[in-house]
Design a protein around this ligand. Structure first.
Ligand SMILES: [Zn+2]
Length: 116
């Protein structure tokens, strides 16, 4: 019985995540500036993208919970953002070491970089 409930709530969580992704934009690049309310990321095609940070934005450094204060100019980031009123508002900002076998395994089951 307990197990059934766990499976159902996992499926529910997954479908909510998939829905959230329908409207999401993903920004990958290098942080060029940080303020209390937004960060600017230069993508690999040299476009500067400013993403607002809200009190709901989740930060993750090398797979662990972090805060805006842990983020530094020059960090490589993957930002998951919603488009709101013509602006990007970050849901999640991932940064820190993301290469190597160990961290790749840590990414498994989490959102990868390839999802749409
Ligand atoms: Zn996402």
């Amino acid at each position: 019985m307990k197990r059934t409930v766990a499976v159902v709530s996992l499926l529910f969580a997954l479908s909510v995540m998939a829905l959230a992704h329908g409207k999401e934009k993903h920004v990958m690049g290098t942080v060029t500036s940080i303020s209390d309310s937004s960060i600017t990321v230069e993508t690999k095609d040299k476009t500067s993208v400013t993403v607002d940070v809200s009190d709901k934005t989740k930060f993750e450094e090398s797979g662990s919970a972090a805060t805006l204060k842990d983020l530094k100019v020059g960090d490589r980031v993957v930002v998951h953002a919603d488009v709101s009123g013509g602006k990007l508002v970050a849901n999640e900002i991932h940064f820190g070491a993301m290469k190597g076998k160990k961290s790749m395994e840590g990414m498994k089951g989490m959102e990868g970089m390839e999802h749409k």
